[in-house]
Ligand binder design. Sequence first.
Ligand code: F6R
Length: 612
Amino acid sequence: MCGIVGFVGSKNEKNAKDIVIDGLKKLEYRGYDSSGIAINTGNKLEIRKKVGRIANLENHIKKEKLNSNIAIGHTRWATHGAPTDENAHPHFSSNHKIAVVHNGIIENFVELREWLNQDFGIQFESETDTEVIAHLIGIYYDGDLQEAVYKAVDKMKGAYAIGVIADEEPDKLVAVRKDAPLVAGLGQGENFIASDIPALLKHVREIYLIENNETVVVTADDIKIYNQDRKLVKRDVFHVNWDAEAAEKDGYDHFMLKEIHEQPKGLSETLNRRIDEKGNLTLDGINMTKEDIEKFDKVFIVACGTAYHAGLVGKGLIEKLAGIPVEVDIASEFRYREPFVNEKTLFIAISQSGETLDTLEALREAKKKGARILSVVNVVGSSVARESDDVFFTWAGPEIAVASTKAYTTQLMCMYIIGLYMGKTKGFLSEEVYNTYIKELKEIPEKLEELLKTEEVIANIAKDIYKKEQVFFIGRGTDSAVAYEGSLKLKEISYINSFAIAAGELKHGTIALIEKDTLVITLATQDKLYEKTLSNIQEVKARGAFVIGVAKEKNKKIENQADKVMYIPDCMDEVAPLLAVIPLQILAYYIAKERGCDIDKPKNLAKSVTVE
Ligand code: F6R
């Protein structure tokens, strides 16, 4: 995910750079590891770009005039190549006649790169896929930008929204959309493009929603839209009547809810990028051979908070799928307890931000002892990613809400993929079991869409229970790992004192706290443990507890014991965690909302914990 903005004003407009930078700030939620702009200062293109937040770019250019009536800008969420000044957009063609910003991924960029290098002698200045677009347009350009863009697009495979300007055409911007968002904003004597509406609301409220495979040609006085056949199309303007902040959240009240709803897409990204039509896994970033995997006699999964909870599910999976014993540890504990780690250890660090100091230090500790380091990270170019031997990206896109949701489920998906990959490569896993997992995993995004439709039912349950000051989460097997995550989600955003425990462990002490009306949320999604979990519900009901169950749709018997039930679609037990956590995320969200909490920024918490 990245953000692009473009502006074309009348000949006397000089302020294009500030207009574009201002727009980029509204898109920082789409990516924020580097940013840049390209302007035309009168038949000469200038590019300025800087790693870090947009404020860094502003500081970098604050003493320069850089007057122009046209500009394109970009805020980056790195995919190909670390966040550096060189990899930041815009990118130039080799003769600096063309500048390009891009959101998306060019799937055939390796072939295109080779072709451009071998046949045209083009040298690349960055590691990005985007740079090939600039060079492609560059080789086709002979004074007609629109034609050159058409020719380049014919060669490109993948998903993209691009914005392009040429030095010889200082009054024109060409943009294309294919499977990545793009809008055009209609002003008076000035026009715009952007990845998303908020970037434009300060200037315009009349928007053209650009459709797939359409090309837009923007000048100060006109916006022309061409379809896939390159024919001019007529589009009605869409009048925006919401405010900029609501638009950034896509109409959701909070980023957390938006991110909960982004999970089907996030999970299908995480999985589908690694799986071909035949169901084979192609793992970018992991270069382990059969011999490497056979050498491991132990796996350590180390992480903090929600990422640690993903590790708890990962333990069961990797043990089962790859036949290797796994220990899961909290990073701040691992560091100081002198664990048995050596060159036969595979150390898996899980981290959304990739900057959590405890996780990073634990990784360094394991590395010193000779372990092979594999990280599961969301932020490309982060410290954890850079210091690992192998990196497996979660591809969840930027997570803005402090409470992690889509990062967690994509971390879980990575645990399945890693387990399957290790088990298959090692020859531990039968073809039949492997195929069953792949089938079940592929069905998850659609099932999740279904599950999200029960949001209102869950929101109503939240209305009944939001005044509780104490909650227990219980479950057995992988349900207990999900219980920990559900409990953390609730406590961090609603400030309710919540506690998770393996259901079978209740009677060994904690049951002393159960009394009339104590709220107990019970996960019962594991068929093989279902009856036992129902017995645990009876234990707490006998002491007067109010019980909310989470169960598969087919398992209705729970209605005889629980006071309320939140259902998840039927699935194989092993993949249930990917679904079971969703009602808990939604419940936590609506309870916090009823209590009037600051959901996206809970008190005392930070998104990235870079202190010990
Ligand atoms: C809770 C949450 C935290 C993080 C933890 C680790 O919702 O987000 O518990 O999971 O601070 O952060 P990362 O994954 O960035 O290492």
